[in-house]
Design a protein around this ligand. Sequence first.
Ligand code: ATP
Length: 355
Amino acid sequence: MAKRIAVIPGEDAAPEAMGAAVELIDRMGLGLEWTYPLVGEPARAKGLGPFPAEAKAEIDAADATFFGATSGASTRALFYLRWGKQTYANVRPTRWSPGFATPLKDPTGVDFVIVRENLEDSYVFLEGELTDLEPLDLTSPTVRAKAHELGPGRYALKVITEAGSERVIRFAFELARRRKAAGHPGRLTASAKWNMLPKTDGLFIEAARRLAGDYPDIEFETLIVDDFAHRLVLRPQRFDVIVLPNLYGDILSDAAAGLAGGLGLAASGCYGEKYAYFESAHGTAPDIAGQGIINPTASLLAGAMMLEHLGLANAGARLRRAIERVYAEGRVLTPDQGGSASTRAFADAVFSALA
Ligand code: ATP
């Protein structure tokens, strides 16, 4: 049966990248069915809310969702894809290819994946006034003051659960195992700031240490997150799979994208037990909206991850190879990569390079 994909193009420049990516993947003739749930501005324009029930049903009925990026209007749909669908593992690969505009002197062999916990940590959106904490009468042993007496100010909760940590860490171990079978080192790095946050980050790292016993074939290490950030920049080649709590993962995967050549190249897939959605790691690039120059590589690489997820691994690999060819030739590149080609011209070049 044909695979059905729900497409949410998003806002600002994101639809330009998504339009080019969907068109190219469609031209590959894989018999995919594309549906466009009405969310955000287009839904509002029809007198509906930003995330109508029909849109939710369309997402549910699809085999996966392909998401652009949102600056606000499509946020409700994104929250549904993440928390509604419990897509707990955010997979962000960083793989340098000849022609990517990297700042590294020697990027050869940069090929790792950050697995970011996607639902917990500071992203439980529980913030408030410090005075609200008064009934809890919390005293910080370090600051030697009651939390609600620290001054006019606010707090944010950081939540790390045992089950939430275990499932994403297990996912990362399994990914390291699959990568090892494909010739990668088979190494998992778990990182957090457990020296300063022994209860929350400590729980995450303890879960990783415990699960390491189930994966004797995978080399396992722990790194305090500042040490990890330093090593990531100095010698990214040493990493294979890295698992991180949400906030560190969000920040450091963007840093990783910079190492390979920029956000325009960084793909992302969010996986749950029953659903997955795919998006670029970058935002909506509002500064270049309407110019037709956004780099669609991140969306295309996310598309390749999606094809793999849908059981079309050969097509995904074919698309990735075509992108690599275009970068290796270096003739048709978008401005963020030092070229002058439009989004469409780049996508056409990738289509012509499909073997
Ligand atoms: P968010 O908060 O949603 O992550 P942001 O505004 O912080 O969004 P981006 O939208 O990712 O960040 O843009 C950061 C910069 O990178 C902008 O100058 C943007 O034009 C550029 N950029 C991002 N993605 C691309 C792309 N695919 N092609 C070209 N430039 C891009």
